[in-house]
Design a protein around this ligand. Structure first.
Ligand SMILES: Nc1ncnc2c1ncn2[C@@H]1O[C@H](COP(=O)(O)OP(=O)(O)OP(=O)(O)O)[C@@H](O)[C@H]1O
Ligand SMILES: [Mg+2]
Length: 333
C-alpha cells in the first residue's frame, strides 16, 4: 500500500500541493486525472523520488519512502516523453538497467527477451535502433524497459499521449491486460477522462493542487462529488434557470440558485416512473452510426441528448421532441 499523508510540495515560492492525501492499494491500477498544470506529474515525481516534499510523508507498506534513494525504491517509470536512448538498439535499451545492476549476461538475455515478448516486440526488432521504430513500438519499448527491472510499482506519465487515436485505444487495452497479468501496482497519469475511466480501478481527480474526488470510475462518473468533477468527466448538460424552473413546474424540487447538470445519455425519449417531461424542438443532430446526438431547443436553452440508433426513427431538424428526465439523474452543486 502506498500512502501520501499531508504532503506539501513546493517549487521555490510556488506551492504545487499544500496537503495531498492519497492511498493506493496493492495491485491497483490507480490514475491521476486532471487538466494540464494541476500537479499530476509533480505527485508522481515525488513518489519516484525526483522531488522531495517540503512536508508530510510518503510511505510504502507503512515504511517511509522519502529517505530511500530513487534507485532503491523499486519503482519503474515511463515518462511523458518516452526518453529512450536513441543511439542504442532496442535490446541495449532493455538491457541497460540490468547491466547497471551487474546481472550476468545470460540472465540479462533471458529477462530482455521475456519483457520484449510481454509487450509484443518481436526478436527481429530487438536488434534495430529505437529511432527506426514507430511511435507505438517505441512506447512498448519504454514500457518493457520499465518492467524488465521487475519493479514493485510502475509509474506511467501520459505514456500514450504521443500516439494516434487508434493506436492509443489498442495499446490501452494491451496495457490493461498486461497490468492485470503482472499484478504490479500501477500509478497512471492522464488528462484524458475516457482513458482514465477505461483503464482504472481507482481514479483521483486533481484540480489545481487539490484532489477533488477519489473513487472507482463509476463512482466518479455517476456520483461526482463536486461541480469540477462532474464537468470534467464526460460530456454533460448544464441546465439553465429556465429549464430548471420548467422542471420544477412539472414536479421537480430543484434549487434554482444552484447549478444543475444531467448527462446526455440520461435524457430519454420515452416516459418512465417518476420521470419529468421537457418538450423542445430539434435544432441540430450529429449522426455517427452507433449514436445520434441531438441539440434540442427547450424553453430558449439548448440541451443535448444522445440516443443509440437501435432502429428507431431519426428526428430531423425542426421536429418536436418530448424528453423525459429521472430527477435522480440531475446533479446539483
Ligand atoms: N520545475 C518546476 N519549477 C516550477 N514550477 C513547476 C515545475 N514543474 C512544475 N511546476 C508547476 O507545478 C504545477 C504542476 O505541474 P505538473 O507538471 O505537475 O502538472 P501536470 O498536471 O503534470 O500537467 P500536464 O498535464 O501539463 O503534464 C504547474 O503549475 C507547473 O507550472
Ligand atoms: Mg504532467
Amino acid at each position: 500500500m502506498i500512502q501520501f499523508k499531508n504532503v506539501q510540495i513546493k517549487y521555490g515560492d510556488f506551492t504545487a500541493f499544500d496537503n495531498l492525501n492519497l492511498t493506493v492499494g496493492d495491485g491497483e491500477f490507480f490514475t491521476f486525472l486532471g487538466p494540464s498544470g494541476c500537479g499530476k506529474t509533480t505527485a508522481l515525481r515525488a513518489l519516484v523520488g525526483f522531488l522531495t516534499p517540503t512536508a508530510g510523508e510518503i510511505t510504502l507498506d507503512g515504511k517511509d519512502l522519502i529517505q530511500v534513494p530513487v534507485e532503491k525504491r523499486g519503482i519503474g517509470m515511463v515518462f511523458q516523453s518516452y526518453a529512450l536512448f536513441p543511439t542504442m538498439t532496442v535490446y541495449e535499451n532493455l538491457a541497460f538497467g540490468l547491466k547497471v545492476k551487474k546481472m550476468a549476461s545470460s540472465e540479462i538475455d533471458k529477462r530482455v527477451r521475456e519483457a520484449a515478448e510481454t509487450v509484443a516486440i518481436r526478436d527481429e526488432q530487438l536488434v534495430r535502433n529505437v529511432s527506426e521504430l514507430s511511435g507505438g513500438q517505441q512506447q512498448r519499448v519504454a514500457l518493457a524497459r520499465a518492467i524488465v527491472l521487475e519493479p514493485k510499482i510502475l509509474c506511467l506519465d501520459e505514456p500514450l499521449s504521443n500516439l494516434d487515436a487508434k493506436l492509443r485505444v489498442s495499446l490501452r487495452g494491451e496495457l490493461k491486460r498486461l497490468q492485470k497479468n503482472l499484478g504490479i501496482t500501477t500509478l497512471y497519469v492522464t488528462h484524458d477522462q475516457e482513458e482514465a475511466l477505461t483503464l482504472s480501478d481507482k481514479v483521483a481527480v486533481f484540480n489545481n493542487g487539490t484532489v477533488e474526488q477519489v473513487g472507482t470510475p463509476q463512482e466518479i462518473y455517476d456520483h461526482s462529488k463536486t461541480e469540477f468533477v462532474c464537468d470534467f468527466i464526460g460530456d454533460i448538460n448544464k441546465l439553465g434557470v429556465k429549464a430548471i424552473s420548467q422542471l420544477n413546474k412539472v414536479g421537480a424540487s430543484l434549487d434554482v440558485k444552484r447549478h444543475a447538470y444531467i448527462r446526455l445519455e440520461r435524457i430519454h425519449f420515452e416516459p418512465g416512473p417518476g420521470y419529468l417531461k421537457l418538450s423542445g424542438k430539434v435544432i441540430n443532430f450529429d449522426y455517427n452510426g452507433i449514436t445520434t446526438k441531438y441539440h434540442v431547443d427547450t424553453y430558449g436553452e439548448v440541451v443535448r441528448v444522445i440516443q443509440v440508433n437501435d432502429g428507431r426513427p431519426i428526428y430531423k431538424n425542426g421536429e418536436k421532441i418530448d424528453m423525459y428526465l429521472d430527477p435522480d439523474d440531475i446533479m446539483q452543486y
